[in-house]
Design a protein around this ligand. Structure first.
Ligand SMILES: [Zn+2]
Ligand SMILES: [Zn+2]
Length: 319
């Protein structure tokens, strides 16, 4: 007999590992067992529905929330998850309805709404919500990625950061990498940039994402065949995810990124999280590098203020 915590752990485990269908299957069994639903379960289910991106799931989960007594406008965690799901399922009006009705909001509520409007090109609404967010004193954390250089030294990169002593080489390495990827069909995913600016400006912003800078630095400062490990404080964006997949394929490197949600272990063009990128044609000959199958991962953490780096060695559960 499983209890609510055990069921919920299974639902959220699947949802966080990009297995939304499995999450919903377990959830249906959970409902049948009659243990009930709590806030954590609901957020896991809503995020699984967001990954599926289908309007019918959005309605289904909304109905379940109602029946279990969770009003998305009265619960900031559930409400924010609903905003994210509705925008991904193309139900922007419902997203805004939740957002407007919320009695309390957090950074995630604001940023989900901003991304939702941006996805639909509604730039006036984007700036209106951005202004509201600033007025209420919310600030988005600057994106930051850390990568290990030689002799275990941790190098930190912010988006657009050109302060590193090796910036010129980093930029060159990144341009070379992107050129090789473009040759194989990569196109920058401009919808990952929620700003009303020209396509060229979007491309520049995308190129300077902190994890791309960290990757480029990793490529030029570690030996051929070495695993590149990056830790990022926010979620990796779709465009960077595609670039990491492609980079693992064309450079033969293993790349591991720990973002604020999970491990992404990129190898041979695929990521352990289930998303992968296949180049349209595989004309290039693949260089074989010795592959390491059993290794430990150096996990680097920093506290909420971004101070005091700790690092320890642990096993990558997904390897
Ligand atoms: Zn990115
Ligand atoms: Zn991934």
């Amino acid at each position: 007999m499983k209890d609510i915590v055990a069921w919920t752990a299974m639902v959220t485990g699947y949802a966080q590992n990009a297995k939304p269908k499995e999450a919903l299957e377990v959830f249906e069994r959970m409902l049948d067992s009659g243990v009930g639903v709590d806030e954590v379960t609901l957020v896991g289910v809503v995020s699984a529905c967001a990954q599926l991106g289908a309007a019918k799931y959005a309605e289904w989960v909304r109905d379940i929330a109602d029946r279990s007594g969770f009003d998305p406008t009265k619960n900031v965690v559930v409400g924010s998850a609903f905003i994210d799901m509705y925008t991904k399922c193309g139900k922007l009006e419902d997203a805004y309805w939740v957002f407007r009705g919320m009695t309390e909001r957090n950074v995630f509520s604001y940023s989900s709404m901003i991304v939702g409007f941006a996805m639909h090109g509604m730039w006036d609404d984007v700036s209106r919500v951005r202004m509201l967010m600033r007025k209420k004193g919310f600030k988005k954390n600057p994106a930051c990625s850390m990568v290990e250089g030689q002799k275990g030294v941790i190098h930190e990169f912010f988006a657009g950061d050109m302060n590193h002593p090796k910036s010129v080489e980093i930029k060159k390495a990144l341009e070379d990498l992107l050129a090789r990827l473009k040759h194989q069909g990569y196109q920058p995913n401009l919808s990952s940039v929620p700003y009303n600016i020209s396509d060229d400006q979007k491309k520049q912003l995308l190129m300077a994402h902190s994890e791309k800078l960290a990757l480029a630095f990793g490529l030029i400062s570690s030996c051929a065949g070495c695993v590149i490990r990056i830790v990022k404080n926010l979620r990796i964006c779709e465009d960077c995810h595609v670039v990491m997949c492609g980079a693992s394929e064309i450079t033969g490197r293993e790349i591991i990124i720990r973002d604020n949600l999970r491990f992404h272990h990129f190898r041979d063009g695929k990521c352990s999280c289930g998303n992968f990128w296949k180049p349209p044609e595989t004309c290039c000959s693949r260089t074989a590098f010795p592959k390491l199958h059993h290794w430990m991962v150096k996990i680097v953490t920093h506290d909420a203020k971004g101070l005091g780096l700790n690092s320890y060695w642990g096993c990558d559960a997904l390897s």
